[in-house]
Design a protein around this ligand. Structure first.
Ligand SMILES: [Zn+2]
Ligand SMILES: [Zn+2]
Length: 447
């Protein structure tokens, strides 16, 4: 019998942070790992909302959506891919599910499915992010999934969104490991430890690893972030405004603990409240309850609300949970208000009192949910006399820990992705036994 050939082709995540789309072929079996949106490529051509892609053809024309046969629902040919596996729910790994043929099953963690469905419900109909009619098949750690000649083992890792996984993929030519996005300084480092140990035990022939933080690395932890938030909130006389990613549950927990400790309420947006409510379905997650006395829901000033917003408001209104900007304005010293930059128009009615401040708690080298417009952000803060604190810890592994992890896993080959500094990675890792390959986009690498 002829032995299957195993190969990897990278259609995204090459020389950029995010946009991961990794095709693993084993004989006739074809599986994608992640199918994300490339923020970097999109930015080269588009400037939403006034210049946005009209349809998938435009995205293909510009190379933002790569040419891959038998994958897209707008092409008539039959599916040529057996499955898609998602590492986690960040849009740079998942959004372009929008375009895939609905016959292709999509495997992801239970939490990821909850997040993607909730995000899909709270965003208006969007060309680039819709999971309507996707054939989701959810898994948890410990499950092994057979796809023809492959056996895929999802393993939990710690990341800045709950329900993140790495994978050990058993192929005809040995095990291939994919880290997804991971870190070991978050709220659950033990999950990443489990992953590293299982990856090592598989004696992999190759590892596909994220290498986001090759520059601008720091030494910190989620626990340290909580301490720093306490330092700020304790000393603030007025309102504390806080910007953090909706899906960063660890950060939400940190703000919640500090609000409680300082006898303040934490007011979250309708979007955050909706997501929080949805995530309560996942009993494995530790989350603040919207019924908790510390939690409030902030209703932005606008004339019309979407259906999901009206339903949420109706549900919590008689519990006195819904606060508008005028309610918050009257008791600024009692509130931490979660507020994205896109909510800043509310500041006009809020009129932050002297001694208020703004805590930016989301900036990655690039944020996985949106990009931060620093110049305009600073102009608003200047206008209202709000100093800006930056308190954050990355969702990604730091270089020294990454090196230690790769050394321990000891794969024969390493493919760095999800980075703008693969060459730096290669030099930094040159004394490892793993042979580092600098990946070229769309090129097939036989293992
Ligand atoms: Zn990512
Ligand atoms: Zn991520």
């Amino acid at each position: 019998m002829v032995k299957n050939t195993t190969s990897l082709t990278f259609y995204g995540g090459v020389n950029e942070i995010g946009g991961n789309k990794i095709l693993l072929q084993d004989g006739d079996t074809k599986v994608f790992f992640d199918f994300g949106m490339s923020f970097a490529m999109k930015k080269q051509f588009y400037s939403p909302p006034f210049l946005s892609p009209k349809n998938a053809k435009s995205l293909q024309e510009l190379g933002i959506l790569p040419q891959i046969a038998g994958v897209y629902k707008f092409e008539p040919n039959p599916p040529e891919v057996d499955a898609i596996f998602l590492s986690h729910g960040h849009l740079d790994h998942s959004a372009y599910l929008s375009f895939i043929k609905r016959e292709i099953p999509v495997y992801c963690g239970e939490t990821t499915q909850i997040i993607l469905q909730a995000l899909s419900e709270i965003r208006r109909a969007d060309l680039e992010f819709s999971v309507a009619d996707i054939d989701f098949r959810s898994f948890r750690t410990g499950k092994k999934i057979k796809v023809d000649s492959l056996e895929i083992e999802p393993l939990h890792v710690d990341h800045s969104v709950p329900g993140a996984y790495g994978f050990v993929i058993h192929t005809s030519n040995g095990a291939v490991v994919y880290t997804g996005d991971f870190r070991d300084h978050g709220a659950k480092p033990e999950m990443t430890r489990d992953f590293i140990e299982k990856a090592k035990a598989a004696q992999p022939v190759a590892i596909v690893t994220e290498a986001t933080n090759m520059t601008g690395a720091t030494v910190s932890s989620e626990a340290e972030v909580e301490g720093k938030l306490d330092h700020i909130v304790t000393r603030t006389d007025g309102i504390v405004l806080a910007g953090f990613a909706n899906s960063d549950v660890d950060r939400l927990n940190s703000f919640y603990h500090i609000a409680k400790k300082n006898h303040r309420c934490l007011a979250v947006s309708l979007k955050q409240a909706y997501l929080l409510d949805a995530l309560h379905k996942d009993k494995g997650l530790k989350l603040p309850d919207l019924d908790d006395e510390t939690m409030l829901i902030f209703r932005k000033s606008k004339k019309r609300f979407d259906k999901w917003e009206s339903q949420l408001i109706e549900r919590y209104e008689n519990q006195n949970k819904i606060f508008d900007v005028f309610d918050v304005s009257k008791q600024q010293c009692n509130v931490i208000l979660a507020m994205s930059f896109y909510d800043f128009e509310e500041l006009v009615s809020l009129q932050p009192t002297a001694g208020s401040c703004y805590v930016l708690s989301s900036s990655e080298p690039f944020n996985e949910e949106m990009e931060i417009d620093y110049e305009r952000l600073t102009n608003w803060l200047k206008h209202y006399g709000l100093p800006q604190y930056q308190v954050h810890v990355s969702g990604h592994m730091m270089p020294l820990q990454l090196k230690a992890a790769l050394k321990e896993i000891n794969a024969e080959r390493a493919f760095p992705i999800h980075t703008e500094h693969a060459d730096l990675f290669a030099r930094f890792m040159r004394d490892l036994k793993s042979q580092v390959t600098l990946v070229e986009k769309c090129r097939e690498y036989t293992l």
